[in-house]
Ligand binder design. Structure first.
Ligand SMILES: *[C@@H]1O[C@H](CO)[C@@H](O)[C@H](O)[C@H]1NC(C)=O
Ligand SMILES: *[C@@H]1O[C@H](CO)[C@@H](O)[C@H](O)[C@H]1NC(C)=O
Ligand SMILES: *[C@@H]1O[C@H](CO)[C@@H](O)[C@H](O)[C@H]1NC(C)=O
Ligand SMILES: *[C@@H]1O[C@H](CO)[C@@H](O)[C@H](O)[C@H]1NC(C)=O
Ligand SMILES: *[C@@H]1O[C@H](CO)[C@@H](O)[C@H](O)[C@H]1NC(C)=O
Ligand SMILES: *[C@@H]1O[C@H](CO)[C@@H](O)[C@H](O)[C@H]1NC(C)=O
Length: 485
């Protein structure tokens, strides 16, 4: 009786969202909006110290119990480096399988991202306030929430049975899922990770793979000429930026919000461009999407098709060609007035991620002659120095290895490491030989020709067999962990 009442209450709460949902469902899959209830939980700012006063802050999580039935599992997405609502709206796979498992879905935000700010908008103003931003604190948050959910939220809809929780995540969120299972095995029964580079640390993995994989995507889905033109582009841009006339030409043709003037501007421009290439490759889905920005299906292919001028001698033509091609990413909606090459000052998520990649998550990236980026070496000393200058923070070089054990996975169980081979996150991912998979519950899976986290997205009629097969493997693995088969 009680459980039904609660379900109805939940349904009523969801009602306005359901109406919106129905309206959106008429469009294509990429327009789907998944309905979620927003909740907050008070978590300690510092889980690990008894010093000072006990302070808490509000950690956000999202919940969908539409298909939940008493005794079912809870699928929890361990939020990563972005606003949790974005992860929730781009993880349709969980919504697709919730009915199969009668599962509750929870998406928990990572501290210092989205709305989960320990010190409000002062969270980023001092190094002192940033000190609680760490993977170890985030994992403790997740375990804290799971403990609370097991004890409280479901107390009325279950008997004494504690639901099995399973962690999910892609890229950094996937690293967290795997680590949650490793560090808090009593919290989650298993972890399913997509392109989670838990080996992407100095000493474990070389630096060239990230940009190589981005290049592979352009080679595979653009034409070979495209990569050559992109390479040519760097020289043209750098040359143009040596004169005011050239800088003006680029600024006006590319509709930049502010004219490039200083060497700092030029660096920002080059970074901005490189970042667009990375994002294009990551969102090269076979349908339109809005993950970073709205883009059409196969944006890499379209970008390359628009890059028609290929002669180094035709500088103006090339710059115009790049302008046209870039609009695939910068102006697909046609509503962008101008392009800002600098991050917005208040882009807290970006600051938080920079801080993390400067402290615990030092993931070496370099570019070589084999990829389409400007050649850049990886220098650990230099990197850490720059980080220290920016944040006044520094950790020992091997902290991540010490915290998570590097490649010593033999002590763990129930983790599925899947890698989409055209996802830069698959560099530093886990690949194991059948021969040394001593514990069958540690599994790896490779999806060829798949972009960033596509496997965790909702199913689409145009999905290829590789993708369909991968998701079937995920479902049967979950069934095994949940002892349903
Ligand atoms: C946070 O932002 C609000 C409005 O943007 C402002 O009123 C408030 O003073 C800010 N608080 C801090 C601690 O900066
Ligand atoms: C569970 O039931 C108790 C007693 O009926 C009630 O006070 C409490 O609010 C319920 N909890 C939830 C999460 O609905
Ligand atoms: C975006 O597209 C619109 C419509 O085609 C155009 O008017 C505008 O200048 C474009 N903006 C940029 C930054 O390319
Ligand atoms: C790395 O950076 C440090 C600090 O800037 C510098 O002293 C050193 O020469 C660099 N090493 C290489 C191989 O470039
Ligand atoms: C499995 O064995 C291969 C080759 O012996 C080794 O390179 C790899 O690191 C091992 N993987 C794990 C997870 O132990
Ligand atoms: C698997 O093991 C074989 C032989 O030990 C080795 O040649 C191969 O490179 C390994 N593959 C991976 C992915 O570790």
């Amino acid at each position: 009786m009680k459980s039904l009442k609660i379900k109805i209450q939940m349904l009523l709460k969801l009602f306005p969202i359901i109406i919106v949902l129905v309206m959106f469902l008429k469009g294509s899959k990429s327009d789907t909006i998944y309905s979620l209830e927003t909740r907050y939980i008070d978590v300690p700012v510092d889980h690990f110290s008894a010093m000072g006063s006990y302070k808490t802050f509000k950690l956000r999580y999202l919940l969908n119990g539409k298909h939940y039935i008493k005794g079912g599992p809870v699928f929890i997405y361990t939020g990563g480096e972005r606003d949790i609502t974005i992860a929730a709206q781009n993880t349709g796979f969980l919504f697709d399988i919730a009915p199969i498992f009668k599962a509750m879905l929870v998406f928990v935000e990572h501290r210092y991202y989205g709305k989960s700010l320990p010190f409000g908008n002062a969270s980023f103003s001092t190094t002192e306030n940033l000190r609680y931003l760490s993977t170890t604190q985030a994992l403790a948050d997740f375990s804290f929430l799971i403990d609370d959910l097991k004890g409280k939220i479901f107390e009325n809809v279950t008997s004494s049975k504690i639901e099995p929780f399973i962690a999910f995540g892609g890229y950094y969120a996937g690293m967290l899922s795997a680590w949650l299972r490793m560090k808090y095995p009593f919290s989650v029964r298993g972890a399913l990770t997509s392109s989670a580079p838990i080996f992407y640390f100095p000493g474990l993995t070389t630096c060239e793979g990230y940009y190589q994989i981005v290049t592979d995507m352009f080679e595979k889905h653009g034409q070979e000429q495209c990569v050559k033109t992109i390479k040519l582009g760097w020289d043209i841009i750098i040359n143009q930026c040596k004169t005011k006339l050239g800088m003006d030409l680029i600024s006006s043709t590319w509709k930049l919000c502010n004219k490039i003037r200083t060497p700092e501007d030029v660096n920002a421009l080059l970074d901005w461009l490189a970042n667009i290439y990375v994002k294009l490759s990551m969102t090269n889905y076979h349908y339109p999407s809005d993950y970073y920005k709205p883009v059409p299906a196969y944006p890499v292919k379209i970008f390359c098709e628009k890059l028609t001028t290929t002669f180094a001698s035709d500088t103006k033509g090339l710059i115009q060609s790049f302008a046209n091609a870039l609009e695939v990413y910068t102006n697909y909606t046609g509503k962008t007035i101008c392009n800002n090459i600098y991050h917005k000052q208040e882009d807290f998520n970006e600051i938080a991620w920079q801080y993390q990649t400067c402290t615990e998550l030092i993931m070496p990236k370099c570019s070589t002659d084999n990829d389409m980026f400007i050649t850049k070496q990886w220098n650990y000393t230099q990197f850490v120095l720059e980080c220290y200058e920016t944040f006044g923070a520094k950790l020992g070089p091997d902290w991540a290895l010490l915290a998570y054990g590097g490649k010593n996975l033999q002590y763990y169980s129930n983790i599925l490491f899947s890698n989409s081979m055209l996802d830069p996150g698959s560099w530093g991912g886990v690949y194991m030989n059948k021969s040394n998979e001593t514990d069958e519950s540690l599994m790896t899976y490779e999806i060829i020709d798949a972009p960033h986290l596509v496997d965790l997205r909702g199913s689409d009629t145009a999905d290829n067999n590789y993708l369909v097969q991968a998701r079937n493997v995920y479902v049967s693995t979950l069934k095994k962990w949940l002892k349903l088969e």
